[in-house]
Write a protein that binds this ligand. Structure first.
Ligand SMILES: *Cc1c(COP(=O)(O)O)cnc(C)c1O
Length: 463
């Protein structure tokens, strides 16, 4: 189809680097979804960005989240997937609420923490799982391998639970996940298996990478479900439209704050703005991993290696994987290693995006203050977002309509909340009983030979 959106690699314009041959072709959404990453290790991006009219945006007022998702994902997928099927996928993905909690005036927290694993990653993972089920090759079983340091693994595992024809193996570092996270990972069951690796997160990631590039395992039809998959970015555009439509007054613009690690969530907002959402400023606060705010300040990008361990642990990132897509949108190129080949238009980035690094100390203060002043409970990630919004308002003056994202449920951080607020956060239904449940995981060493043996003996390739 002539009008259809296709996807190309962020590395397509590079000269040959480190033996990588730039991929200059284009693929369909379905292909980008199943491949995850482009063959040249670049990230797939759409070759054009569709537009949604202001009338269509405000028509979402008082409509359900399903309608917002139909509108936004439908214009990307309309040529590849039947509208009735898309609706069923979306309805099945989002059986939970998205509270817009007023803090003061017209400053809101959008809570993306009501999904089955109580993190915003449920939004992307659930829809991606159902899209993969739809687009997968019916003749072959699909094997998802995912390395996790916590939130991603449980969101992906829950999302794929019970999905026909797809099995998931989750690798996590035995001593680096919390007891509650371990329970969340080990109790999913069904077609989801958790592997407790005697090593660090990087070891888990290395095992997955080696398996992906091992030709003798081709028959196992691997795919990844990590945050670079465009199938995870697309669903993250929807809630920005949804929030705006519910809260806006005539033609006004909105300031949105997104606590950021690998920049996938904020990227959803950047795309939403380019599609027509009237975003005044996108705020991307980070924790003490400050490579991005430093880049905006100095104009020179230097990744942080190793990354720093902060309270908001899902944002401990020294080189955000989706930075390549941001650079691409502003005319630049950066590769997987953090090397900048072409610098983007930094003046335009500064006009559209504000970023600030929030220390752990400020994060804790913010959790306390927001509770004492407004009776709003934030966990560390959401507090980085809210404190980033405050910093912006202090620097640039008040702005009428603002939304800051809460990306995890406070019950995922009971120790910090009890420490700071003296109360125990209420546990959402999805997490009830998790502490008592008996999980099951397989213990493996961080040795590729043994991992490979496990894969050959246990993974199925037939439907
Ligand atoms: C993953 C995660 C983030 C960071 O999102 P990115 O898309 O990687 O920027 C923030 N908060 C929580 C709770 C997360 O799990």
């Amino acid at each position: 189809m002539e009008n259809r959106i296709l996807y190309y690699s962020t590395n397509r314009n590079l000269d040959h680097i480190n033996g990588i041959v730039p991929f200059r072709g284009k693929v369909t959404f379905g292909e980008a979804l199943l491949q995850g990453q482009a063959p040249d290790e670049g990230l797939y991006v759409p070759d054009r960005i569709p537009h949604i009219s202001y009338e269509d945006i405000i028509s979402l007022k008082d409509k359900s989240y399903v309608e917002a998702a139909m509108l936004v994902t439908g214009i990307f997928l309309g040529d590849e997937i039947d509208a009735g099927i898309l609706r069923r996928i979306i309805e099945d993905s989002y059986p939970f609420i998205i509270p817009l909690q007023k803090v003061f005036d017209r400053k809101y927290i959008m809570r993306l923490d009501r999904g089955p694993t109580a993190s915003f990653k449920d939004f992307a993972a659930r829809m991606m799982a159902r899209l993969m089920e739809h687009f997968r090759d019916r003749d072959k079983r699909l094997n998802v391998l995912v390395a996790t340091s916590g939130d991603t693994g449980s969101a992906v595992g829950e999302a794929f639970k019970g999905i026909e024809g797809i099995d998931v193996n989750i690798l996590y570092p035995r001593d680096e996940v919390s007891e509650r996270q371990k329970k969340q990972l080990d109790t999913i069951g069904n077609n989801i298996r958790s592997l407790s690796i005697n090593g660090k997160f990087d070891d888990c990631q290395d095992l997955v990478k080696q398996a992906f590039s091992d030709p003798s395992l081709d028959h196992l039809n691997f795919t990844s479900a990590n945050s670079i998959n465009f199938g995870r970015i697309l669903p993250q555009m929807v809630y920005y439209f949804y929030a705006y439509a519910q809260l806006c007054r005539k033609r006004e613009t909105i300031v949105i704050s997104v606590p950021s690690g690998n920049f996938g969530n904020a990227l959803g907002c950047e795309y939403a703005r380019r599609m027509g959402l009237p975003v005044q400023r996108l705020i991307m606060p980070t924790n003490e991993n400050d490579e991005f705010p430093r880049f905006l300040e100095k104009g020179v990008y230097e990744k942080l290696s190793p990354s720093l361990a902060c309270l908001s642990n899902a944002m401990n990132v020294g080189h955000p994987s989706n930075l390549a897509r941001f650079f691409e949108l502003y005319g630049g190129t950066v590769d997987r290693t953090g090397e900048v080949h072409v610098y983007p238009d930094i003046e335009t980035i500064r006009k559209n995006i504000y970023s600030v690094s929030i220390s752990d100390e400020e994060t804790k203060k913010c959790i306390k203050k927001t509770y004492e002043r407004y009776s709003v409970i934030l966990e560390p990630h959401g507090a980085v977002g809210w404190r980033g919004l405050e910093a912006y308002l202090e620097q640039c003056g008040d702005f009428p309509l603002c939304v800051s994202l809460e990306t995890a449920h406070p019950a995922k951080f009971p120790d910090e909340i009890v420490d700071l607020l003296g109360i125990t956060p209420e546990v959402p239904d999805s997490m009830k009983g998790i502490d008592e449940s008996e999980g099951k995981s397989l213990e493996l060493s961080a040795d590729y030979k043994m991992f490979k043996e496990y894969l050959i003996d246990n993974l199925k390739s037939e439907v």
